[in-house]
Design a protein around this ligand. Structure first.
Ligand SMILES: [Zn+2]
Ligand SMILES: [Zn+2]
Length: 344
């Protein structure tokens, strides 16, 4: 039933002019009594490290030019990479101001200082596909500049990885595949997935980073076996509900359901107050239902959000944390807590 309603809503939304999408999203939020919750029978006192009532995870899809090189949105991928660089110090600072650790889901190529033609030739190449991104010719090898982070700072980011590791907040560095690959079973053969993950592990090694959390690029999902084999514990996924406590998939990996994005469409015409109210409602409902709200953003986001949304949102989360109601942490941290205490 919910699926059918979703389809009807999606069709109606597409038929409306773009200017009314923000209004429709607001209406759906109210009428759907959102955020929706996945209930479970776990003892609430066991769920969080300090017996908090609910949790907040924030993840950042750290990808620079890699994500945007083949989008249909028309965004300039180099500009996106540059915007990410400009925002980065601000993002690190604001997370420090509120002492909020997050999971940076990082494209593996960004770990590299440099690379040369031939360095990646051991990696399998994907077949072409023409849905979603209309990826009909070439592949990421064509975009790789085969240079270094000084010459092409949109494609390598060892300095930004260091910035994350040097922060006084203990952030997590997770994976977003090596080349921002569509990781679905349909489009990504297991051999390609295995090479992508191996390349990430090798690139992260010099930093002493163990990759345990995955955020799939572009809302794709698949090749769980490859993640499992390589020691990954948890991944983010869009589900039919916004709030949940992590649960196991059929392979035994933990699923952290996505509650949505910290950048709404600026064309929606939402005020900062409305958006902040919406985010507070997510946090409050997570506390009330003993679940986790997992929100995410692109570091290339419009700086409007860093100035007008992040301070109010992080301040609210920090106050709820300081009063003992809200656990705030990374994907890896909650996976460890679940494993250590045998919770799910
Ligand atoms: Zn390269
Ligand atoms: Zn991405």
């Amino acid at each position: 039933m919910r699926k059918l309603l979703k389809q009807v809503y999606g069709r109606a939304r597409n038929a409306m002019p773009a200017s009314s999408h923000g209004y429709m999203t607001r209406m759906a939020f109210i009428l759907g009594n959102k955020p929706n919750v996945r209930t479970d029978g776990i003892d609430p006192l066991e769920k969080f490290p300090n017996q908090e009532k609910g949790g907040l995870i924030i993840s950042a899809d750290f990808e620079m030019a890699w994500a945007w090189r083949y989008t249909k949105t028309g965004d300039d991928h180099l500009q996106k990479g540059q915007a990410e660089r400009e925002n980065f110090p601000q993002i690190i600072r604001i997370l420090e101001a509120y002492d909020i650790p997050i999971t940076f889901a990082t494209v593996g190529h960004l770990f590299l200082d440099s690379c040369s033609r031939g360095d990646h030739d051991w990696m399998s190449r994907i077949p072409h596909f023409d849905d979603h991104w209309q990826f009909t010719e070439g592949d990421w090898f064509d975009h790789d500049p085969y240079s270094d982070f000084r010459a092409d700072p949109e494609w390598y980011a060892p300095d930004l990885i260091r910035m994350i590791l040097d922060s006084k907040v203990s952030h997590e560095i997770g994976s977003h595949t090596f080349s921002h690959m569509d990781f679905s079973y349909k489009n990504c053969p297991a051999g390609v997935a295995a090479d992508e993950i191996n390349a990430c592990i090798q690139a992260a090694l010099p930093y002493g980073i163990d990759l345990e959390s995955m955020v799939y690029p572009g809302g794709t999902w698949g090749n769980i076996e490859v993640l499992k084999k390589n020691g990954f514990k948890i991944y983010r996924k869009s589900c039919d509900f916004e709030l949940s406590y992590p649960f196991r998939d059929e392979h035994g990996l933990l699923v952290s359901s996505s509650a949505g994005c910290l950048e709404h469409n600026l064309n929606y015409g939402w005020s900062a107050d409305y958006f902040l109210g919406r985010l507070r409602r997510y946090i409050d409902k997570a506390i009330k239902t003993n679940t986790i709200v997992h929100l995410w953003f692109h570091p290339s986001l419009d700086s409007y959000f860093l100035r007008n949304i992040f301070p109010g949102f992080l301040d609210y989360a920090a106050r709820k944390r300081d009063s003992g109601d809200l656990w705030v942490g990374t994907m890896k941290r909650i996976a460890k807590h679940i494993e250590n205490n045998n919770i799910v």
